[in-house]
Design a protein around this ligand. Structure first.
Ligand code: FHN
Length: 612
């Protein structure tokens, strides 16, 4: 739970950001403009970390919903994955077709002028998402080809001004209304990389493109109030050259948070790193466990293409898709599953069928409890026979390999906890629970309920968790040098070690954005007696001592990096902590997070930190 101070900080920061954004409304924000924290104006004293995405109210819906629909829909859809060149050769690609098939700009614009997604039915799209059990939608507002799917005033390269589509319609507005009516969150994908804008490739003219990009993003936020922005096209590349930098990302993220402090933003707003945006974006893969230092969402296609490709029939089965969703949830991730509407705006039947089958599984017998609001189990190792998620004091063992009659499902415990009862969702069969040397053996007495996954719900006692502490934070000494020598310039209490000063900020207005050091001292008080994983996200240097022992030694100068240590901690005990940090130049970041079998990953909260 965030402290009222943090919420206040966020509210005041939000107001400051809005004022900053107002300055930026007509042009790029002044260089260095960034969200000012409680303490001061942009620049030295600015801290971009206004909350902890692992616990913030702002990200709660994202962490609960778990399952979303990705929609790749644009001028490329009009070609339906195939282009016949003037020489008669046929080239196949979907959303990259212009670049990969070498379609000349005028030819691509000519085909886009025939684009008429007249059959795009927002209510049907939202209904398909709901029937799948999806809780949010992210649609491509602008992909790499630069074609805007809304009536932007920034240029005429868009669905309103350059298509055969009904000029009275606005599909993003239609989707927003349908999503709101259905209680589904709506987000927009926006590609930074732009193949169409002539000012994009040349660093000398890139600021002109950037100003248009900011204006388009402001249009999207003002007109459609998205819950989430999904950036893409941030990577270093050519054809055309992409000048985007981490510093550009810092400025853009600050600007957007000034427009709407509630926005959830992915890590491709910067350079797809642990310090960019609110969450990581593994693509076409599922990490093998919770991601250190950041929330995450795996995006995946239903077949082999993001955009519609009429020939691509390589559809994943609904069993695979449900199991992917269960694996993702069991590692505290989200699953963003893609559909690619055709030239008329219709979602392909094979996509609709699979989505409906996923929804049927989720709705059957309350099996969705294993997903919605659920997360990494923590208490047990991931078994070979399925995925285990945790929701409150329930574990949901989604079994994909049901044991032979009389056989047992083994769970290896990561900490001491009790299984109070077990039942199979959708069946009244008994499940015998036997404590073993290293965990539990669950022996069902009947058959699996379905071939995709059978869910065994375990009521557990996770073991003692001490009441929330009464800490106020750690003592913080700020030095005006990275050697932490001399008398500290600033000494105060810091509510938590959750800081993103980035390029332009610093811990105090009197401290420049480069060449400073910080020492935090005091105690941290765990609520469980377990082995904790302490995680730092730091740039340039960091060291952490617990009870006088150096447990993290990241004093080698580095860019944004995660370091971790396993430390045995005792509930209610105030373990002494010291953190040394140094910023020499460039970006500056310092976060201290913890997790344990019974504690999900979070920034170590203020209530558990004591200055002495
Ligand atoms: O180049 C894009 C691709 O077209 C698609 O949009 C995926 C979806 O996340 N993102 C980029 C490739 O990483």
């Amino acid at each position: 739970m965030r402290t009222s101070r943090s919420r206040t900080r966020r509210r005041v920061t939000a107001l400051t950001l809005l004022l900053t954004a107002a300055l930026a409304a007509s042009a790029l924000p002044a260089a260095g403009a960034a969200p000012a924290p409680v303490r001061s104006a942009p620049g030295p004293g600015t801290d971009h970390a206004t909350d902890d995405p692992f616990t913030a109210d702002r990200t709660s819906w994202f962490r609960q919903d778990r399952f979303g629909m990705f929609i790749h829909f644009g001028a490329y859809s009009n070609l339906e994955g195939e282009y016949t060149r003037p020489d008669g050769t046929v080239c196949r690609n979907a959303e990259w077709i212009q670049r990969e098939c070498g379609i000349p700009k005028d030819a691509y614009e000519k085909q886009a002028a025939t684009f008429d997604p007249a059959d795009f039915d927002a209510k049907a799209v939202v209904a398909a998402a709901k029937s799948a059990g999806m809780k949010y939608i992210v649609i491509t507002a602008k992909h790499h080809d630069g074609y805007a799917m809304w009536p932007t005033r920034v240029n005429s390269w868009n669905l309103r001004d350059h298509s055969a589509f009904d000029q009275r319609r606005d599909i993003l507005a239609e989707l927003k209304e349908a999503a709101d009516d259905a209680g589904i969150k709506l987000g927009f994908y926006y590609s930074i990389w732009d193949w169409h804008d002539p000012d994009f490739p040349d660093p000398a003219t890139f600021p002109k493109y950037e100003k248009r990009m900011y204006a388009q993003l402001k249009e999207l936020v003002d007109a459609y109030d998205p819950a989430l922005l999904w950036f893409d096209g941030e990577w270093d590349t050519d054809r055309p050259h992409n000048p985007w930098t981490a510093k550009d990302g810092e400025r853009l993220e600050s600007y957007l948070r000034g427009l709407d402090p509630e926005l959830v933003i992915n890590n491709r707003v910067g350079k797809r790193r642990v310090v960019d945006g609110d969450y990581g974006t593994p693509e076409q893969e599922i990490p093998d466990g919770p991601v250190d230092g950041q929330l995450w969402e795996s995006c995946m296609t239903l077949n082999d293409h993001w955009g519609f490709a009429r020939y691509d029939e390589n559809w994943k089965s609904s069993t695979t898709l449900v199991r992917n969703l269960l694996a993702t949830t069991s590692r505290s991730g989200n699953y963003l599953l893609n559909v690619g509407p055709d030239a008329r705006g219709r979602i392909p039947e094979p996509s609709l069928n699979r989505l409906a089958e996923m929804g049927s599984w989720l709705r059957a017998d309350g099996q969705g409890e294993a997903v919605y609001g659920a997360r990494y189990a923590g208490l047990v190792e991931e078994p070979a026979w399925g995925a285990v998620s945790r929701k409150g004091d329930k574990l949901y063992a989604a079994v994909t390999e049901w044991p032979e009659p009389g056989g047992a499902l083994h769970l290896t415990a990561r900490t001491a906890f009790e299984v109070k009862s077990a039942r199979v969702l959708g069946s009244d069969q008994k499940v015998a629970v036997e404590k073993t040397a290293d965990g539990y053996a669950l022996t069902p007495s009947g058959e699996a309920t379905n071939p995709t996954a059978t869910v065994v719900e375990l009521a557990v006692d996770p073991g003692p968790t001490a009441p929330e502490g009464r800490g106020k934070g750690l003592r913080q000494e700020i030095f005006d040098n990275p050697e932490l020598t001399g008398k500290p310039k600033v000494t105060r209490t810091d509510s938590d070690v959750n800081h993103a000063w980035k390029y332009t900020g610093s811990p105090h207005p009197a401290i420049p954005s480069d060449g400073f050091g910080i020492r935090w001292t005091g105690a941290l008080e765990p609520r469980r007696t377990e082995t904790y994983t302490l995680t730092t996200v730091s740039d340039d240097r960091a060291r952490v001592w617990i009870d006088g022992e150096l447990v993290i030694d990241a004093w080698d100068p580095h860019g944004p990096r995660v370091d971790k240590a396993q430390v045995a901690l005792k509930a209610g005990t105030r373990h002494s902590v010291r953190i040394d940090y140094a910023e020499q130049s460039g970006e500056a970041h310092m976060k201290l997070l913890w997790s344990s079998p019974g504690q999900e990953q979070q920034v170590v909260p203020q209530a558990q930190l004591y200055a002495k």
